[in-house]
Design a protein around this ligand. Structure first.
Ligand SMILES: Cc1ncc(C[n+]2csc(CCOP(=O)(O)OP(=O)(O)O)c2C)c(N)n1
Ligand SMILES: [Mg+2]
Length: 760
């Protein structure tokens, strides 16, 4: 054991060196534009012991780790030492095409299990990943997952989404989850407030977690066991964070006095006597003896957590930010870098010969032998077969239907088909109002353990039966959790080999509420469908706070997800099936369906055809075509109206009004502003093919139930004048007609805009 620890001790020094050196060299790269490269030497150093204990001892091949984002360099050093990264990669930290500043599954899936970066998001997505893999185990009989180990900074826990995640009921039963908090009492700018550090244990306990405190190292703990040592313990335990930080920065000769003249000013004679037996250097080292740097204590804590099967565990590992570096404990060390002189001094102190800075372990050394005997780290398993997504559901629509109802029907129809086995739905307390009731009645609600179906005998429209066999996951009202769980479910293919087809529903106005989480989930590489409904002011009486205005812009701007806003029921089914097929075979992107509760006359839709279907998926089609009619003159009386989703009937009506005035309008249905826009960069933009060669110069009116700018690119793309109509203000209550009139998106407003463009 002593030998083992000595080897691990040498390994962690190597990790510390390589992490520090990597950042140092990245900042020494010649920079053409003078941009600072940066890096986090202090944040890396504080977890060197924790990472060493995991990656060189505790981890097994089925464990997945979400590494503290700002410790990426230490993580990369470890991947190198474990033979998973070439030496050349280390030198390319933060360079174009090189290693990312923060661990990124999207960019480096061979080494990064789970992406982190934006405080709190990666940690919660990883944790919900344990729920996702439990789901997969419950439904597909694959091996139960290994541990999910999540490393976070202590100030990272200030992010509210962390506690939204931990408060979710199912999380408290995830026994394979282990969080390790790097309690270095420092944030970026500030020392972490004392109350915060003190509360942490209680906060995790309140969420049902087992809390393992790794406060002090073994030397201090041994002293604390003596009657006199208890005085030192009391002094250190009650010391405010800022004062402790100061202690770490004092010259060794000043530590004793600082300990003796603490709060109250009275000298503790017993403490004085006790300290007098220690030398200055010894005392300074002693007060810095923290549990998070004590390899044996860390390994014991990880073992202790392992024994806890029923609930998640957290290790509160106290550390020093910048441990082992000259900037250790400096309250401003977050972005600090060692100077050239300090690097040289560190190199010499660690016994690294000049010229050997990038070297790994010498062949034949104890460390090299140790690494050779370690089991492999996690690697993505091969994918299991996935059921085929059908071409159609066979469902028909009534004469009037909203796109939201069409979604509910399509999902209900899917529930009867074999592909349904792979579909899992998620909602944050709006399942019924987003039309998931039919699906839930058929498939049940998922919970990792069966719950008594207490309400079974009541004549309820939705049967809420919770069991490990259910296929809908209902969360509390937290859109961050919704998107992070979709992110987790959308990565089971990569992490467990089983492809799920996750569909999440929420009210469209609350997409921005979870936007960071959605962004993170997409960045992490997950694939899923978001059905956001209802949307826009078409939700008339509900009022401003529930009417989404800015989401079309979000849909266009978000990478890795295609935004669709269909007009007719059949289009909803086509888009949904196409999205699921893309998720199943991993050839498609995630999809965001923005739907409406507005009933729409389905007889306005074109007759179904393969060509119509293909056009819907490309982003739009021409619905009304007056070319060839007598009197149609592209230079005189022709106009193009591009309308999305719920505004299509208004556009059709505007066409009728215009015709009365001798103006002939082509009405185009935009099913995906996003696809149309992105496609503009291609060699033959689809938008241009929608408009005929004989229609050059015809002006454009665009209209959608959302901010006008989402379709405002069309005129510029076609090189014609455009008036972009939409909702450019907060929503408000009223009838649909009131609101359409007020925001200038009704048929009369569309017609007026056309006349203005024609110079009328
Ligand atoms: C959402 C978000 N807000 C702000 C930041 C900028 N930021 C990066 S690190 C950091 C402080 C982190 O402190 P802590 O979690 O304690 O990490 P450590 O002390 O280990 O570096 C901040 C505010 C961020 N990365 N993400
Ligand atoms: Mg910190």
């Amino acid at each position: 054991m002593a030998d083992e620890l000595a080897t691990l001790e040498r390994i962690q020094r190597k990790v510390l060196w390589l992490a520090t050196w990597m950042i140092h060299r990245a900042n020494a790269r010649p920079s053409a534009d003078g941009t600072k490269v940066g890096g986090h030497q202090a944040s890396s150093a504080s977890v060197v012991g924790l990472l060493t204990a995991l990656y060189f001892k505790a981890l097994r091949p089925d464990d997945r780790v979400a590494v503290k984002a700002h410790a990426a360099p230490a993580f990369y050093a470890i991947q190198y030492l474990r033979g998973r990264l070439p030496r050349s990669a280390l030198a390319e930290l933060r360079s174009f095409g090189g290693l990312q500043a923060y661990p990124s599954r999207r960019k480096n899936p061979e080494i990064v299990d789970l992406s982190t970066g934006s405080m709190g998001l990666g940690a919660v997505q990883a944790t919900l990943g344990a729920l996702a893999s439990r789901y997969v185990a419950d439904h597909f009989g694959v091996d139960p997952p290994g541990r999910v180990i999540v490393m976070v900074g202590d100030a990272e826990l200030d992010e509210g989404n962390v506690w939204e995640g931990l408060a979710e009921e199912a999380v408290s039963g995830l026994g394979r989850v282990l969080w390790i908090v790097d309690v270095n009492r420092q944030a970026l700018d500030r020392v972490v407030p004392d109350s915060r550090t003190r509360q942490l244990g209680a906060m995790f306990r309140a969420c049902g977690w087992r809390v393992i405190e790794l406060r002090w190292g073994r030397k201090l703990r041994a002293l604390f066991g003596t009657p006199e040592g208890r005085h030192l313990e009391r002094r250190l335990e009650t010391m405010p964070n800022a004062e402790y930080q100061r202690l770490l920065r004092l010259p060794h000769g000043a530590v004793r006095k600082a300990l003796l003249t603490g709060a109250g000013g009275e000298i503790d004679a017993t403490l004085d006597r006790f300290l007098s037996r220690l030398g200055d250097d010894e005392l300074a080292a002693l007060v810095a003896d923290l549990g998070g740097h004590d390899l044996a204590a860390i390994l014991d804590a990880v073992d202790e957590a392992e024994g806890e099967g029923a609930r998640p565990s957290v290790i509160l590992a106290h550390t020093i930010k910048g441990w082992g570096l000259p900037l250790a404990g400096d309250p401003l060390n977050h972005t600090m870098l060692l100077t050239e002189a300090q690097i040289t001094e560190l190199r010499d102190a660690l016994g690294i010969a000049p010229g050997a800075e990038w070297d790994g372990f010498a062949p034949g050394s104890d460390e090299a032998e140790w690494v050779r005997r370690l089991p492999p780290l996690f690697a993505s398993p091969p994918a299991h077969p996935i059921p085929e997504v059908p071409v159609e559901t066979g469902e028909t629509s009534p004469a009037e239907s909203s796109t939201q109802e069409a979604f509910g029907r399509a999902l209900g129809a899917l529930a009867r088909l074999p592909v349904a086995a792979s579909v899992v739905t998620v909602s944050a307390d709006v399942a019924v109002t987003t039309h998931l009731a039919g699906w839930i009645n058929r498939k049940g609600v998922y919970f990792p353990v069966s719950k008594p179906h207490v309400l079974a005998d009541l004549p309820l429209a939705v049967q809420w039966k919770e069991s490990p066999g259910g296929q809908h996951i209902e969360l509390g009202i937290a859109e961050h959790n919704l998107f992070l769980l979709l992110g987790a479910l959308g990565l089971t293919r990569e992490l467990s080999g089983v492809t799920l087809l996750p569909i999440g529903t929420l009210y469209d106005p609350f997409v921005p509420r979870g936007l960071d989480a959605l962004y993170h989930a997409l960045y992490s590489g997950a694939k899923f469908v978001v059905v956001a409904t209802p949307s826009g002011v078409s939700l008339a009486p509900e009022g401003g706070a529930h009417q989404s205005v800015i989401t079309p812009g979000i849909g266009v701007a978000l990478p890795a997800i295609a935004y669709f806003e269909p007009a007719f029921a059949l289009e909803v089914e086509w888009i949904l099936l196409d999205a699921l097929r893309g998720l199943a075979d991993r050839t498609g992107e995630s999809v965001y369906l923005r739907l409406s509760t507005k009933p729409v006359d389905q007889s306005l839709a074109p007759p179904p055809s393969p060509e119509y279907r293909a056009r819907v998926l490309r982003g739009g089609y021409r619905l009304i075509d007056p070319r060839g009619e007598p009197g149609w003159d592209p230079e005189e009386n022709a106009v193009h109206v591009f309308a999305a989703g719920a505004m299509v009937p208004e556009a059709v009506e505007a066409g009728r009004l215009l015709r009365e005035r001798g103006v002939l309008a082509s009405v185009f249905v935009v099913t995906s502003p996003d696809r149309l826009y992105r496609d503009l960069r291609g060699a033959a933009p689809y938008l241009e093919t929608l408009v005929g060669a004989d229609e050059e110069g015809i002006p454009v009116v665009s209209v959608l139930d959302g901010h006008s700018h989402a379709l405002a690119f069309i005129g510029a793309a076609l090189g014609v004048p455009q008036l972009a109509l939409g909702v450019d203000d907060f929503g408000q209550s009223g009838t649909r007609a009131d609101l359409y009139r007020h925001y200038g998106i009704d048929a009369a407003a569309i017609a007026r805009a056309a006349v203005v463009l024609l110079g009328g």
